[in-house]
Write a protein that binds this ligand. Structure first.
Ligand code: ARG
Length: 419
């Protein structure tokens, strides 16, 4: 569109090159000032006339044009208002081609994007939609720009919460109920655990013991954990299918559990490991940050340790030129700490290659979303509602295109609605 405007100007003015016109055309700061603006200051010297008069002359010379609503002379500027229907049509036609927005600036470079990453055994709620959709958009944009993009789902599939779930499952759960209701049943068990643990704190020790068993490779503990994880993944993948998206790797936190010791060794070798109240930490007070905990009192790894291990693994495996993390802004400090530790370990690249992309808190009627309190909306429900509403509108506005049924899709599809 900009080029078309430049061409119009070029056809009607002497003494200025097309490339200069292209470089001068601006996008006005406010929509009421038009879609494109052309300043006439530079022409004043060449044409020996006041810029506002030149603007008026150009407007006159251009006259009526099929894709322009109107042209205003605003001082030295010519403001062009494009006909919206023409603009939308042009955009849709351009966007319909495979090459729209394509470039090769990313050629030869790999970008890792860590996004979505729900916590296993917990419902995929509306909060996760943000990271999922922002991450997937970043994937699409970078792919179009020629980057090799590695989409990583860093599932929250390790930690003491699984000890709690195992205790709850053994005490109050049943195989049938979990098989029937999936994550909802696991959530119920999790809530029940917390209710009971308030009355009977010993349950927390029991949960810790089960998590310890998981860490030590106990077969029973690991097989229950794996089962919970498989069940969760089936539900998550249903939502991803609905969104028409996928990942290259589902490498959750558990994948790094045997890679955490190497992190501890690295930090120690660099002389950065300090003891603090029984835990091992990296002091970050010089950088105005709370310390980064590397291992807990009992020697086990934490979220940050696994993220450190993941960074080294990804660097060695994918040789990324950037690794992007899409999460809520409440994890800002966590990533700042982890990235700083990587840098302090002698990796200058951490400064510009590790990037946290935070988004704001998703709240519901002013309150934080909380699975435990039931203040929650599930992503799948929102998506299905959105699809149903869209279908309703399409049916109303153009009944022909929303004709339902008759196709051979086995899962949900546009023409057959829900199955
Ligand atoms: N599982 C985390 C959560 O739901 C998000 C993980 C983000 N990625 C990471 N590498 N820490 O909050």
């Amino acid at each position: 569109m900009k080029e078309k405007i430049a061409q119009l100007i070029s056809n009607n003015v002497e003494g200025i090159e097309m490339s200069d016109i292209m470089a001068s055309i601006e996008i006005p700061p406010r929509p009421d000032m038009g879609d494109f603006a052309f300043p006439c200051f530079r022409l004043a010297k060449v044409l020996r006339k006041a810029p506002n008069m030149i603007a008026a002359d150009i407007k006159e010379a251009i006259g009526d044009v099929d894709f322009i609503e109107k042209i205003d002379v605003a001082g030295a500027y010519l403001n062009f208002y494009i006909k919206k229907d023409v603009f939308v049509k042009t955009m849709i036609e351009a966007a319909n081609t495979d090459d729209f927005g394509k470039s090769d600036i990313g050629e030869g470079q790999t970008i890792c994007i860590d996004y979505s990453s729900p916590n296993v055994a917990k419902n995929f709620h509306v909060g996760h939609l943000r990271t999922t959709i922002i991450g997937n958009s970043l994937y699409k944009i970078h792919s179009k720009l020629g980057y090799n993009v590695v989409r990583i789902n860093h599932l929250g599939d390790w930690g003491t919460q699984f000890g709690k779930l195992i205790v709850a499952y053994k005490a109050w759960g049943s195989k049938e109920a979990v098989e029937k209701d999936g994550i909802s049943e696991l959530m119920k068990l999790y809530v029940k655990f917390h209710e009971e643990a308030d009355k009977n704190p010993e349950l927390v020790d029991e949960a810790r013991a089960w998590f310890n068993k998981m860490e030590n490779g106990d077969e029973e503990a690991l097989s229950i954990w794996q089962w919970f994880k498989d069940i969760s993944l089936v539900e998550y993948k249903r939502t991803y299918n609905l969104l028409g998206m996928d990942f290259d790797y589902y490498l959750g936190e558990s994948f790094y559990r045997d890679k955490c010791q190497a992190v501890v060794d690295k930090v120690k070798a660099a002389g950065l490991l300090k003891e603090s109240e029984g835990a091992m930490i990296v002091d970050l007070s010089d950088y105005d940050m709370a310390p980064c905990i590397i291992t807990k009192k009992d020697g086990s790894s934490i979220y940050a340790t696994r993220d450190l291990a993941a960074i080294f693994y990804r660097k060695d495996t994918y040789h990324f030129s950037k690794c992007l993390y899409v999460t809520g802004q409440e994890q800002k400090l966590h990533f700042a700490q982890v990235f700083k530790v990587v840098e302090l370990l002698g990796n200058e690249w951490a400064k510009d290659q590790l990037v946290h992309i935070p988004y704001g808190l998703v709240s519901l009627e002013g309150a934080k979303l909380s699975t435990r309190s039931g203040n929650i909306i599930y992503a799948e429900d929102i998506l299905k509602d959105a699809i149903a509403k869209s279908l309703e509108i399409i049916t109303e506005k153009s009944p022909k295109s929303s004709k339902q049924g008759g196709c051979s899709q086995e899962s949900w599809c546009w023409c057959c609605s829900f199955q």
